[in-house]
Design a protein around this ligand. Structure first.
Ligand SMILES: NC(=O)c1ccc[n+]([C@@H]2O[C@H](COP(=O)([O-])OP(=O)(O)OC[C@H]3O[C@@H](n4cnc5c(N)ncnc54)[C@H](O)[C@@H]3O)[C@@H](O)[C@H]2O)c1
Ligand SMILES: O=P(O)(O)OC[C@H](O)CO
Length: 335
């Protein structure tokens, strides 16, 4: 009988730990943490208190702080660290991973400096591997609480996506497939910027109509940039686009939205990030996305205002005044 597929997850933050918990219910799973205390806590207490509080993890989940053990164990590698750390986390694996191992990114941000998407960074560090992602409206704490959710495995080769689907799926976690890797990845990256705008809206108490405007025009911006870069417009109407946008912009648990609320309370970006204590990818991604938008000639007024606020050039209230200066044209046109 063939031995079961072994999943290795890199990164023991809130989402890496949660996804490792999902996979551990289906197949042997090892979670790598750079922090030995967290690995020990998971193995002994079945908890990751720093990131998931008192939530109990499956008995079958194992953790390690040994990157070589992680590299040698992996039949499937899942990358669950923030965008600024993907390259550093993968470098020790360069000559250790077996050549055919598929790699699944959980990361929803662009690499600072290079502007690369996480799947591009992964391909640069570990060339030749099938690379895709798992993305959707997936607030870690809700999924760790066992609340129902859906996500998408995006892989260019649908047969690889089909093989990966059952490793993460359960009755409460529905996993769909998509071959538009670019569109699915951009959806998860871009919605974080709109969520900061939605958090600022919440903090400024601008009203539900304004919030709805920010969400729908935010989705229009996301779709425009995606299409200009070669993604399918319809992908942005699905779980990884509109679905994730709704979850992140409306959930009080979203870190990006909470960061926007903190900025509206008058905190500086550094103070808001420190208060959060976890990653809010939209902060670093907003200015990088504006560089991409300029390069492909796409207008993104909401992202531009968010980039100005996180860059310290504008207050949240001024950003909302700035949005009012945008001249509305044909709804399906550029601006
Ligand atoms: N939390 C969620 O609900 C959620 C859901 C979907 C996607 N994501 C995305 O997943 C990614 C990870 O987010 P998270 O919520 O788990 O973040 P987090 O802030 O909860 O944890 C980040 C983890 O990465 C580790 N890390 C940081 N730098 C590292 C390095 N150089 N080497 C190794 N490990 C390093 C930290 O120690 C920590 O364990 C982000 O891109 C995020 O947007 C998060
Ligand atoms: O908490 P956030 O804002 O990083 O969002 C988490 C997930 O990306 C939601 O799908």
């Amino acid at each position: 009988m063939a031995r079961p597929v072994r999943v290795v997850v890199l990164g023991s933050g809130s989402w890496g730990t949660t996804v490792a918990g999902l996979a551990a219910q289906n197949t042997p799973t090892l979670l790598w943490s750079r922090n030995k205390e967290i690995a020990d806590e998971i193995n002994i207490d079945r908890r990751n208190h720093r990131y998931l509080g008192d939530r109990r993890l499956p008995e079958t989940l194992r953790a390690t702080a040994d990157i070589n053990e992680a590299a040698h164990e992996a039949d499937v590698l899942v990358v669950g660290v923030p965008s600024y750390a993907v390259r550093a986390a993968l470098e020790p694996l360069a000559h250790e991973l077996r050549a055919w191992v598929p790699i699944v990114s959980l990361t929803k941000g662009l690499e600072p400096g290079t502007r690369l998407r996480p799947t591009q960074v992964i391909s640069a560090c570990l060339p030749g591997h099938p690379v895709g992602l798992l993305s959707g409206p997936n607030i870690a704490s809700e999924i760790a609480d066992g609340k129902a959710a859906a996500s998408v495995i995006a892989m260019q080769d649908d047969s690889v996506g089909t093989a990966l689907q059952p490793l993460f799926a359960s009755k409460l976690f529905r996993v769909y497939r998509n071959t538009d890797v670019l569109g699915c990845e951009l959806g998860g990256i871009l919605k974080n910027i709109v969520a900061i705008a939605a958090g600022m809206a919440e903090g400024l108490r601008v009203g539900d109509n304004t919030r709805a405007m920010v969400l729908s025009r935010g989705l229009a911006e996301m779709t425009r940039l995606g299409e200009a870069m070669g993604a399918h417009a319809r992908t942005f109407a699905g779980l990884t686009g509109m679905g994730d946008l709704i979850a992140t912009c409306t959930s009080p648990a979203s870190r990006n939205r909470r960061l926007g609320e903190a900025l509206a309370r008058g905190l500086s970006v550094d103070e808001a990030v420190a208060e959060l204590g976890q990653v809010a990818e939209g902060v670093r991604t907003a200015p990088t996305v504006m560089e991409l938008a300029r390069e492909v000639g796409v207008e993104m007024p909401i992202a531009a205002e968010v980039a100005a606020v996180v860059g310290g050039h504008r207050s949240p209230a001024d950003a909302y005044r700035g949005l009012r200066r945008v001249t509305p044209g044909d709804e399906e046109d550029v601006v």
